[in-house]
Design a protein around this ligand. Structure first.
Ligand code: ADP
Ligand code: 5GP
Length: 206
């Protein structure tokens, strides 16, 4: 894959603050594009079709799977979630760093398909803060919060598979750290093969 933008996957426990960090990052810097996923879960209050998610019926989602229109998809707490291919390809080719905010099964599938993907894991400083943030967000019933805490314990098993941990304690610090890590990633030598080839040629000509 010879693209200008970097594909970035951001995962983390539900309630860790991924959405909040993404909003801060995209509001501050303009070289990022956030992929909008498709899902079969119902919209939460204030969520809009085409903004937070493409809210689809199970039949519509399964049609996208059949037509190979998703980079990856996974089932999470009884619902399907998946990443539409077209937008990601278009934005990467336009030189944007594209962020997928997806859970761990999807993250690992993307990494397998595109090994140059940067994997970031957002975590709160401790488990107590996670529960407080889930309660504070006020979008889930106590039963769903318990399910999400349980799921978090399972997801924690995979944390080492990510390239970086982003500890979301102070929000602005976390946003800045994420931006710096991505900028650093652009300087990795394997992402700069055309530069290397060019300067080698130039030096030979001296
Ligand atoms: P996620 O997208 O990971 O499920 P959200 O972005 O919805 O999480 O954040 C969960 C809750 O925690 C929200 O109410 C949000 O305002 C709050 N939150 C996020 N980051 C911080 C932070 N650094 N400090 C305090 N509260 C936070
Ligand atoms: P929520 O219901 O809280 O919006 O999202 C639940 C989980 O699904 C989160 O961990 C979120 O990152 C993940 N998710 C959102 N979109 C996708 C996607 O396209 N693919 C996968 N695999 N997970 C997703």
């Amino acid at each position: 894959m010879n693209r200008k933008g970097i594909l970035i996957v951001v995962s983390g426990f539900s309630g860790a603050g991924k959405g909040t960090v993404m909003k801060g990052l995209l509001g501050k810097y303009d070289n990022y594009a956030l992929s909008i996923s498709a899902t079969t879960r119902a919209p939460r209050e204030g969520e809009q079709h085409g903004r937070e998610y493409f809210f689809l019926s199970r039949e519509e989602f399964e049609k996208m799977i059949a037509k190979d229109e998703l980079i990856e998809y996974a089932k999470y707490v009884e619902n399907y979630y998946g990443t539409p291919k077209a937008y990601v390809e278009e934005q990467l080719n336009a030189g944007k760093d594209v962020i997928l905010e997806i859970e761990i099964q999807g993250a690992l599938k993307v990494k397998e398909k595109f090994p140059e993907t940067l994997l970031l894991f957002v975590t709160p400083p401790d488990a107590k803060t996670l529960r407080e943030r889930l309660i504070g967000r006020g979008t889930e019933t106590p039963e769903v919060i318990d399910m999400r805490m349980k799921r978090a314990a399972e997801e924690a098993e995979g944390m080492e598979q990510y390239d970086y941990l982003m500890i979301n304690d102070d929000l602005d610090t976390c946003i800045e750290e994420m931006h710096r890590i991505i900028q650093g990633e652009h300087r990795k030598s394997f992402r700069n093969v055309p530069f290397i080839e060019r300067i080698r040629e130039e030096l030979k000509e001296v």
